[in-house]
Ligand binder design. Structure first.
Ligand SMILES: Nc1ncnc2c1ncn2[C@@H]1O[C@H](COP(=O)(O)OP(=O)(O)OP(=O)(O)O)[C@@H](O)[C@H]1O
Ligand SMILES: [Mg+2]
Length: 250
């Protein structure tokens, strides 16, 4: 079954939408639109009776809610109706203002706050536990995790770290939510374990063109079980959110 992201111009590029219950990676440079894409996807679901949750690890939920309220995603209304949840489980925890789920969650990394910022970053186990509790208590069907880059996948060697990342993604699958994992796009030309482990990979680009004009673009890199578009396409921000347009001309 395909579920609509609600991103204008996107669903038609992937046979009508994302396959339900799978994990997707949305990777992009700073300010490329990851959060906007994520909240638009959740808001679309919530409006069609598929509640969703945004798991914030890098930024405070107040800031995200404030910024996303500029678009007509009906964010605050959906939060009030308990169709949209924002959970802050980053090192500078400050959650509970938009829902009461925090009372049932005690993130393991909380005790680490006095240690180095790196140590305070939550472990994959702690993030998974918090997300699992949230899903059980709220019945959300869509998830956005912001971001994979903010989880402490520390291990003794790279192979172990890779196993830890793919285990985290496999664990998320058991929650049966359609999930978008946000991540920083540091090297668009090299492949990472999270790209292999996810069912689909989308890149958001944000770069200067030959005329020194900012170009925003979206590209679908992989979409298992789907005949998908491969072009790098223009991306625009409108009051309705993100809109994907025509292929970028070289
Ligand atoms: N109301 C608006 N209308 C149009 N464009 C906007 C508006 N608000 C923000 N933007 C654009 O969206 C960008 C931020 O988008 P977003 O927060 O989704 O990106 P991001 O990839 O999540 O960024 P980060 O890497 O910092 O988390 C801003 O840098 C700005 O260019
Ligand atoms: Mg963001």
């Amino acid at each position: 079954m395909r579920i609509k992201t609600g991103i204008e111009g996107f669903d038609g590029l992937v046979e009508g939408g994302l396959i339900k219950g799978r994990q997707y990676l949305l990777s992009g440079s700073p300010g490329s639109g990851k959060t906007t894409f994520g909240v638009q996807f959740l808001s679309t679901g919530a409006l069609f009776d598929e509640p969703g949750a945004y798991i914030a690890l890098s930024e405070s939920i107040e800031t995200i809610v404030e910024d996303m309220s500029r678009y007509n995603f009906k964010v605050r209304e959906l939060i009030d109706k308990k169709k949209l949840f924002f959970l802050d489980i980053g090192p500078n925890k400050n959650y509970g203002e938009y829902n009461d789920i925090w009372t049932v969650i005690t993130p393991e990394h909380e005790q680490r706050a006095t240690e180095s910022p790196e140590a305070a970053a939550p472990s994959p186990e702690s993030v998974f536990k918090s997300v699992e509790t949230l899903v059980k208590h709220t019945g959300v069907k869509r998830l956005v995790i912001d971001s994979l880059s903010a989880i402490r996948f520390t291990a003794h060697n790279p192979a172990q770290e890779e196993r830890s990342i793919s285990k985290f993604i496999r664990n998320l699958k058991t929650l049966e939510c359609t999930t978008i994992l946000l991540s920083e796009l540091t090297k668009p030309d090299s492949y990472t374990i999270e790209q292999f482990a996810s069912h689909g990979v989308i890149f958001l680009h944000n770069f200067m063109d030959n005329n020194d004009r900012m170009t925003r673009a979206l590209q679908i890199i992989k979409m298992r079980g789907t005949k998908h578009d491969c072009d790098m396409r223009t991306l625009e921000f409108t009051p309705r959110g993100i809109r994907v347009g025509n292929p970028v001309r070289a």
